[in-house]
Design a protein around this ligand. Sequence first.
Ligand SMILES: NC(=O)c1ccc[n+]([C@@H]2O[C@H](COP(=O)([O-])OP(=O)(O)OC[C@H]3O[C@@H](n4cnc5c(N)ncnc54)[C@H](OP(=O)(O)O)[C@@H]3O)[C@@H](O)[C@H]2O)c1
Length: 262
Amino acid sequence: MFDTAKYGPWAVIAGGSEGVGAELARQLADLGINLVLLARKPEPLAAIAEDVAARGVEVRTLRQDLLDPEALANVRALTDGLDVGLFIYNAGSNTYRGEFVDSDPAGVQGVIDLNITTPLAFLRHFGSRLKQRRSGGIIVLGSGSSFVGHANIATYPAAKAFLRIFVEGLWLELKPYDVDVLELCLGLTRTPAMERLGYDFDKPGRVSSDPAAVAREGLEHLAEGPSWLAGGLDLIARQRVGFPRAEVVTGVDASYRAISGR
Ligand SMILES: NC(=O)c1ccc[n+]([C@@H]2O[C@H](COP(=O)([O-])OP(=O)(O)OC[C@H]3O[C@@H](n4cnc5c(N)ncnc54)[C@H](OP(=O)(O)O)[C@@H]3O)[C@@H](O)[C@H]2O)c1
């Protein structure tokens, strides 16, 4: 049950222009929550702003690369005067592929910064505001890949694993202040970013989630942290079978090769 008094009147979505972030924006607008939406590409940002405004809420957008060192300062300039009740960190899909030992250090660092450095800076800021407010919510997007190591994208699931464990600690710390913290952990989900990465969602037998469905799950279960496993539950459940690890790692590797066609 989504508590509009607790999580409103404003929500900030880092990565709020496409896929799950855009669906979260639409559903929050339908609940009467005003929105601040951050992303890089202007066209999707303008399109979602028009869409949510038509649903009757106020919307502010900022073209911002979250990897820019000035990102938090720029977002603060836009949000310090707003009563923010909900902060969502959605951006974070994998941006680098290749064997780690042959990798470009800057590419690897980008994955770490988008999934660890920047979210921690934003969570410190908005978490502190919500703690002082003694009411609100935080959602951080996680990945089912983070329960086990993966070849060729070794940094991405490891960064998401860090984020999940971090969120568990933050959930404990903010609980006494009536601030709900949730890792919304996704399986394969049909988003523009994944389509750009080459995933063929129409391939026969491929199982994927719909962005609107997982967004709905996240908002409905926001108070049921620290983690909510949305969609793709079968694969995630298999990854969580603890030991022997070698069997788990090779089994999951085979599953991923089958679903990604790589
Ligand atoms: N889709 C899946 O199958 C799947 C599975 C497991 C977990 N997840 C997680 O779910 C979240 C959403 O994934 P997604 O597939 O929708 O892809 P995504 O690439 O994380 O994109 C989501 C949003 O973030 C914005 N964004 C991405 N990088 C940004 C940056 N550097 N600065 C500012 N904004 C940025 C995008 O807009 P711009 O590109 O215009 O900036 C878009 O609005 C991610 O955290 C991902 O790890 C997704």
